[in-house]
Design a protein around this ligand. Sequence first.
Ligand SMILES: Nc1ncnc2c1ncn2[C@@H]1O[C@H](COP(=O)(O)OP(=O)(O)O)[C@@H](O)[C@H]1O
Ligand SMILES: [Mg+2]
Length: 314
Amino acid sequence: MNSTALKSALKKAPVAVLYGGNSAEREVSLNSGKGIAKGLEQAGFNVVLMDTKEIPLTELVKQNIKHVFIALHGRGGEDGCLQGALESLGIAYTGSNVLGSALSMDKVRSKQIFRACNIPTAAFAVVTKADFNELDSEKQLIALGGKVMVKPAHEGSSIGMAMADSPEKLHNALVEAFGFDGDVLLEAWIDGPEYTVAILGDEALPAIHMETPREFYDYEAKYQSNSTQYHCPCGLSEQEEAKIKALSLQAFKATGASGWGRVDLMQDSKGNWQLLEVNTVPGMTQTSLVPKAAKVHGLTFSELVERIVQLSFI
Ligand SMILES: Nc1ncnc2c1ncn2[C@@H]1O[C@H](COP(=O)(O)OP(=O)(O)O)[C@@H](O)[C@H]1O
Ligand SMILES: [Mg+2]
């Protein structure tokens, strides 16, 4: 079959959009899934929406569905578990494979990989629940420059994160973060502007610069506030934007991610770029970042989801 015939065959076969699920990012996923389903329908696909909280994966087998668009963010959907289950069932899915998903979801191991590949990323330390009681908070803070971001190692959407610039704040932030994860990342605070680069296939889309009056780009700034500003084109010189696109592609490949995704990075007060993380199933609501970048690149939402499907299944 040539590629045009494959494309039209794909449109006749049902594509399940898996969304919702049980992770802390369920609400975001419900919106992403609905948006993706609508976009795929507009592109002519035969779409089945499935909330994995309600419907077991075996339903895919029962309905003879061979293609899945993963719209699940966070644990269970973005971390390799679902990808492994789908592989076992012989069902094709969008985005990164088991390894790329698992590694990208793990903020600590991602940073270890960045370091090994000479990709710049801020200084960090890991605290486990087991070493929490022994932790010398003051010493740890000083070692990381006096101000840190505390992050559960395997969450997204800024969930469980907080800034700490005193031993007391660090203690409280750790207690909060341990509510989400047994491993917590302490990262040296980065005092500069924030950018994100969407990846589609082997290509980096135009970078987006995010600005919030809040302390950082937290859950509220991401999904609830109207004071967050998004700039795309991002305002960097052509040369500097090319640099962060290249860095983002490098980070994306380093964690084994593929197909599509989004890479977050910041610039420190010395002007150095620092990689934060790779997202393998980034938000896909109508107002999310990847669709924003795609629009500037010349793709409508519907064309974007169609392209992701083609990149994954053809
Ligand atoms: N080291 C840091 N210094 C300052 N702000 C940070 C740092 N790390 C993350 N942030 C802020 O927190 C947000 C979420 O961090 P990120 O690592 O991208 O995790 P998530 O998976 O929750 O998006 C970032 O978008 C940024 O605004
Ligand atoms: Mg992020």
